[in-house]
Design a protein around this ligand. Structure first.
Ligand code: C2E
Ligand code: CA
Ligand code: CA
Length: 845
């Protein structure tokens, strides 16, 4: 019959224990054994090996086991000493009958010495109990037992060798008792016990051989079986002892680990352990739990976790309770359930995890788990998501939030098909001016106020966002097209009312482009694109208005954008040019000045008029470098042409608003060596429409350097006269539309006459533009107009030298002009005329 692996191991162990002396290095053997242990595995086997002194566990634990084994012997030491003493006292007198006194004395002394050592060791161990024992310590104990058993082994051998009946009786009894008693007293150290028993067994076997009689074999087998039973019991006791100890040690170690973890856990302020009974009521609330809940132990124990979750009156918290209720009613483990709790009136959020606990009968007995206060983390993540979705300056939504929400709304609404959806893009007008003139804090404040007004207008029904800079967007549903258009108008109107920032009022205005969903299956991107096109158109047509997207806009805008990129390229590659148009003195007829006009010959479209591409350059942010380039060209060319008293350069309103305008101009003048007195800058009144106080200052500075300023296109606006009073100019240029009326309308002449008189009264020089006919020349000269410009004198030419060659005779000798081509028109008089003149003219008409 094949022995199973465990039993083989036990046998081997016993053999090793028996054969190998205590001090012998067992490393080889134990390696062999422990290798088998790994395969046989269970703790009981390790316990067995350990019981025999083989360190199959970590040395520290092995030392503790050895100490416990030795302590196990030590516990019985007093009885052992007493038993040995009694036995010795019984044996000695009997042996004195047949042995020399000296022999008995020597034996007794040896026993006494050994017992003294034992007593001494026992007393020492009692005073300072040993916690750890080395392998040598255990070997010593084994050796001690071996020596003592050897001394007792002498007793039966001597008794039977002498054949003394009393001696033999006493020896048999003592040896039997010793095998049994000693074996059990040493059971915690099986090696010692086995040696003890084995030595006495051998001695007994020898005595049986000495006194061989008919009972020898039966007695031997009796002795053998008796010894084996003792050895078996001893081994199993030692084994159980070591196994128990191991299990206990491991349990303790695990307990320590758990305690350590718990300790650490309790160190964290935001976490605590909680417990509930089968009905859900909280139990054994820790100090930390009490603190976190802001309730007394009594109060807390009268509540369930669900009751705590109900304490916070908040929609989020209400929703959270449902989850907890579901988890608890399932009586299963749960984690990451977040609940809101009212703690002394404050809102706190806890994350819960728990495992069900079962009682001895295996039925549900409540929950045990961990709670963490995650209020701060929750707040932080709420803040992060708020920041991710909102514009930090104005507090309204940002672009990504807007697009996401709009898409959602679009999907919902388009399915219902009930209402009309419209997307609005809003661009503030003149916002940059506020930033430039009053600084960024004022600009920020303005944006906040604008957002406030828009929000009020939206009334919570329309989504609102800031896309960045001064761009806003709105998306909402409307009952009809008219209401969407009215909303767009309102968006413009609310920005027209002045904004009070600090002690100043700012009027800005806005331009709105919007697109309606209509029948089409537009996506949010389509709507955005369409609203953007409408906005582009609205800006192009003069800002300050709202425009709805129309399908034909798309083509126009596309074309404009193409033109914009072509212009950029043309400018970059030096494909633009300038031309010079003569301005002649009315009295002398000499060319005294020249207006510089920019030219662009498009490779496929041909000549593109500046009226078209200058606004594009303004929109594309190209006007500043372009204007600078024109100025440089003008100054360089005019510097070569001393016959020209001056050169006139047009300034776009965008250029004029540039805070570095004066600096740029002066740099060009310095670079080209052109004297400022010879430069005339032509500006239109659109410049003043956007003025926030800096225009007047700029004009003063430029004039201070000797540069002259001309008010271009005079009369085309509505408040030209008021500008003449408000700002300082050197010159006005009467617009071509008025010159055209000379000879066409009966009052044409009267208007120009009044304007010239007024200008002269203010000390301004007057230039008439667009002079094409002799009639106009004659009339203007008669009315005292200072200078004239028009095709009559010459079209713009590529070189200034070319135009200076025009002589008075050239144009004076031309054929007289024909009669007016249209009958005199009646009706409206231009607003530029002062009221008395206007009235007078109306009467005449
Ligand atoms: P503007 O400043 O009023 O320039 C005068 C415009 O009238 C020029 O048109 C000129 O060619 C045109 N013109 C002159 N005499 C006559 C005439 O007898 N009959 C007719 N029909 N037209 C005449 P242009 O060159 O097309 O310029 C148009 C506008 O473009 C200019 O009006 C000016 O506002 C702008 N512009 C031209 N060059 C520049 C420039 O370099 N910078 C800026 N910012 N604007 C410019
Ligand atoms: Ca001009
Ligand atoms: Ca003009």
């Amino acid at each position: 019959m094949a022995l199973n692996a465990n039993w083989k191991l036990i046998l081997r162990t016993v053999c090793f224990a028996l054969l190998s002396p205590g001090s012998h290095d067992k490393s080889r053997d134990w390696r062999l054994l422990s290798r088998q242990t790994k395969t046989s595995g269970p703790d009981t086997t390790r316990g067995l090996l350990l019981a025999f002194g083989y360190p199959v566990v970590e040395e520290f634990l092995a030392r503790r086991v050895r100490a416990a084994q030795i302590a196990g012997i030590a516990r019985l030491t007093p009885f052992v000493i007493i038993a040995n003493t009694i036995n010795a006292l019984v044996v000695a007198p009997v042996f004195l009958q047949f042995l020399p006194v000296s022999y008995v004395v020597i034996w007794l002394s040896a026993i006494a010495a050994l017992l003294s050592v034992t007593t001494f060791k026992w007393l020492k161990a009692k005073r300072t109990p040993i916690e750890l024992a080395s392998r040598r310590g255990l070997s010593k104990a084994v050796r001690h037992a071996t020596i003592l058993s050897s001394l007792w082994a002498v007793v039966p051998i001597v008794a039977f060798a002498n054949g003394n009946t009393a001696g033999m009786w006493i020896a048999s009894c003592v040896t039997t008792a010793m095998i049994c008693g000693g074996g059990f007293a040493l059971a915690t150290v099986p090696q010692a016990a086995i040696r003890w028993v084995a030595i006495l067994f051998l001695a007994s076997t020898v005595t049986l051989a000495i006194d061989s009689n008919a009972f020898m074999w039966p007695l031997f087998f009796l002795l053998l079986s008796f010894t084996l039973v003792v050895i078996g019991s001893v081994t199993s006791t030692g084994w159980l002892f070591a196994s128990h100890f191991l299990a206990e040690a491991e349990l303790k170690q695990r307990g320590e680990l758990i305690a350590l973890l718990l300790n650490e856990f309790e160190e964290k302020d935001s976490d605590w352990i909680w417990e509930s009974d089968a009905r859900g009521f909280l139990r054994n609330a820790s100090e930390r739990f009490l603190n976190a809940s802001g309730r007394s132990k009594q109060d807390l124990h009268a509540l369930r976790m669900i009751d705590l979750a109900y304490s916070l009156k908040d929609t989020d918290a209400r929703m959270a309770v449902g989850k907890l209720e579901a988890a608890v009613s399932s009586k299963e483990a749960f984690r990451d359930i977040v609940i809101g709790v009212d703690v002394n009136g404050q809102e706190r959020w806890w994350s819960l995890a728990a495992r069900p606990i079962v009682d001895a009968k295996g039925s549900f007995a409540g929950y045990q788990g961990v709670a963490s206060d995650i209020t701060e983390a929750r707040r932080a993540s709420a803040l992060v998501s708020h920041l991710a979705e909102h514009d930090s300056l104005t507090g309204i939504g940002n672009r990504s939030w807007f697009l996401k929400q709009s898409e959602q709304l679009l999907n919902e609404e388009s399915r219902s098909g009930q209402s009309l959806l419209a997307l609005f893009l809003i661009d503030l007008d003149n916002f940059k001016v506020v930033n430039d003139t009053s600084g960024h804090p004022a600009g920020d404040e303005l944006l906040r106020q604008v957002a406030g007004r828009f929000s009020e207008l939206g009334d919570g029904k329309t989504m609102l966002a800031r896309f960045g800079g001064d761009e806003f967007a709105a998306f909402g549903s409307f009952v009809c097209e008219q209401s969407a258009a009215a909303f767009a108008e309102e968006l413009v109107n609310v920005t027209r009312k002045p904004f009070r920032i600090g002690r100043r009022d700012f009027a800005i205005g806005a331009t709105v482009g919007f697109a309606r969903l209509g029948e089409s299956n537009d996506t949010i991107d389509d709507l955005m694109r369409k609203a953007d096109i409408a906005l582009y158109k609205a800006k192009e047509s003069g800002r300050g208005r709202a425009l709805a997207f129309e399908s034909e806009m798309e083509r126009e805008v596309r074309e404009r954008r193409a033109l914009e990129s072509d212009l950029r390229e043309a400018f970059e590659y030096g494909k633009l040019n300038v031309e010079f148009q003569p301005i002649v003195d009315s009295r002398s007829g000499k060319v005294v000045s020249s207006e510089v006009l920019v030219r662009w010959l498009h490779p496929t479209r041909g000549e593109v008029p500046p009226d078209i591409f200058i606004p594009i350059a303004e929109h594309a942010g190209l006007i500043l470098p372009l204007g600078n380039w024109v100025l440089k060209k003008a100054c360089t060319a005019a510097a070569q042409c001393p016959e020209l008293e001056s050169v006139a350069v047009n300034l776009s309103s965008v250029q004029f608003l540039d805070p570095n305008l004066v600096e740029h101009i002066m740099t060009v003048l310095t670079e080209t060596g052109f004297p400022p007195e010879r430069l005339v800058l032509e500006i239109t009144e659109s410049v003043f429409l956007q003025d926030f106080g800096s225009a007047s200052q700029k004009l003063e500075t430029l004039r201070g350097y000797g540069i002259r300023i001309a008010l271009d296109d005079f009369g085309t606006g509505y408040s030209s006269l008021s500008y003449l009073r408000q700002y300082k100019f050197d010159k006005i240029k009467i617009d071509k539309s008025f010159v055209d009326e000379i000879g066409e309308r009966s009052d044409g002449l009267a208007i120009i006459s009044a304007v010239i008189a007024l200008a002269h009264n203010l000390g301004l020089e007057v230039t008439a533009e667009g002079v094409e006919r002799q009639l106009q020349v004659d009339a203007l000269r008669t009315l005292g107009c200072d200078t004239m410009q028009g095709y009559y004198f010459g079209k713009p030419a590529t070189s200034p030298v070319q135009i200076t060659r025009i002589k008075k005779e050239d144009w004076l000798d031309r054929a007289p002009s024909t009669a007016p081509s249209h009958p005199p028109a009646r009706g409206r008089l231009p607003a530029l005329l002062p009221a008395p003149i206007r009235d007078l003219k109306a009467d005449q008409a």
